[in-house]
Ligand binder design. Structure first.
Ligand code: FES
Ligand SMILES: [Fe+2]
Length: 382
């Protein structure tokens, strides 16, 4: 038996975990959907892939955190944890006296205590451990008993500012973005910018969270195709024209367009905009990796797919209604559709544990969105 320090590095990895290397082999998804195979089952099954996804993807893309009402008045503070259990990053939204909003690290730069424990209204952010104070933009303000400390305060004594963007009355943050938020959202605005988006109001009564017993990416896979609608969603299938279902791919997102059957609610699209003259039932936008913006004639259903671990997912359904719009029938059926989706996704979660399943193939006409998602995942993971 060789002593540890005598083992060459590559052998050491093999000895440490004989399967690690094989499991973490590159995922390759052929750009030609007719030749491509779907993601390997190991991607959904194994914690090692989940951890890599956290570090390579979730740390670098945009997350919905709260509506702008969370810090509506100057000097408000709103603490939260970014992706609890996954990124577990303690952050705080703040609004200064001039009305400027910030997202800051919620960890004291002295010895690491969490600063703000509950929503509050304050002139300063102060640490209740040893009294360090910060301004509402995160800059260091004061610290008792630090006379004589050299090079103090320095830039490292400020609270880190996390990139934050406001869009449709919501805040989105990213710890270390690789894509600008504007670029990610531009395809949505190009298509639905004509809607009275500034009138969207949060509707708590029809908003809820769902706990899904599956890997987060299985939930997204299912969302990204309308292929299953006739099989899984009988009521939705009565409302849309399946033959007219469309997919549009963007660089970091895609769109599915459902056309309404006669007599079903649809958008009144002004002349000069894409889809003028068509009866559109819904626009289903997905933004990489886990945001879904579903626009209906009554408003927006935002779905935030938050992984809790590699086999559990929380999906937050947040409903926003256009001012002056009455609740429409399809809004009430969102719950029904969601439960139908959860049942199939949880079944797939069981299926991909099988020794007899590894990868599948894609329908070129109906699974472009899933293929696109898998291509993006493989691009960022490799
Ligand atoms: S940890 Fe905040 S003042 Fe010491
Ligand atoms: Fe579905």
């Amino acid at each position: 038996m060789p002593r540890l320090q005598e083992i060459p590095c590559s052998n050491f990895i093999t000895l440490l975990s004989p399967n690690l290397h094989a499991h973490m082999a590159k995922i390759s998804i052929d750009p030609d959907i007719r030749k491509a195979q779907t993601l390997p089952a190991a991607f959904y099954r194994e914690k090692a892939w989940f951890d890599l996804t956290r570090d390579k993807i979730f740390r670098h893309f945009w997350h919905y955190v709260a509506d702008t009402t969370a810090i509506e008045t100057p000097q408000s503070l709103y603490p939260f944890t970014l992706l609890p259990g996954v990124l577990d990053e303690p952050l705080v939204l703040s609004k200064d006296i001039a009305g400027q909003g910030y997202c800051l690290s919620n960890v004291c730069t002295h010895r690491g205590k969490i600063l703000v424990e509950a929503p509050a209204n304050r002139r300063l952010i102060s640490c209740n451990y040893h009294g360090r104070c910060f301004n509402l933009d995160g800059t260091f303000k004061s610290m008792p008993e630090f006379a004589g400390v050299e090079n103090f305060p320095s830039a490292r004594d400020h609270l880190a500012q996390i990139p934050m963007e406001e869009w449709l009355g919501m805040y989105f943050v990213s710890p270390n973005p690789t894509q600008t938020f504007g670029d990610m959202m531009a395809p949505i605005m190009e298509r639905v910018g004509w809607m009275p988006l500034h009138t969207l109001r949060f509707d708590p009564e029809s908003s809820r969270d769902f706990l899904v017993q599956s890997n987060w990416a299985l939930y997204c896979d299912n969302y990204l195709e309308g292929f299953h609608i006739p099989f899984v969603h009988p009521a939705l299938n009565q409302a849309i024209v399946f033959d007219q279902y469309e997919y549009h791919l963007f660089s970091h997102g895609n769109l599915q367009v459902g056309e309404a059957k006669a007599g079903e609610p649809s958008f009144d699209i002004p002349e000069g905009y894409p889809d003028f003259g068509r009866n559109i039932y819904a626009y289903y936008f997905w933004v990489f990796p886990n945001l879904m913006f579903n626009f209906y004639p009554w408003g927006l259903s935002l779905n935030v797919v938050e992984p809790l671990n590699h086999k559990q997912t929380r999906v937050r359904f947040r409903t926003y209604v256009f001012e002056g719009t009455a609740f429409a029938r399809e809004k009430n059926s969102i719950d029904e559709t969601e439960l139908e989706d959860e049942a199939v996704v949880e079944s797939v979660q069981q299926g991909i544990q099988s020794d007899f399943y590894d990868r599948g193939r894609y329908s070129p006409s109906m699974e472009q969105g899933v293929h696109h998602f898998h291509r993006l995942l493989s691009e960022y993971l490799n």
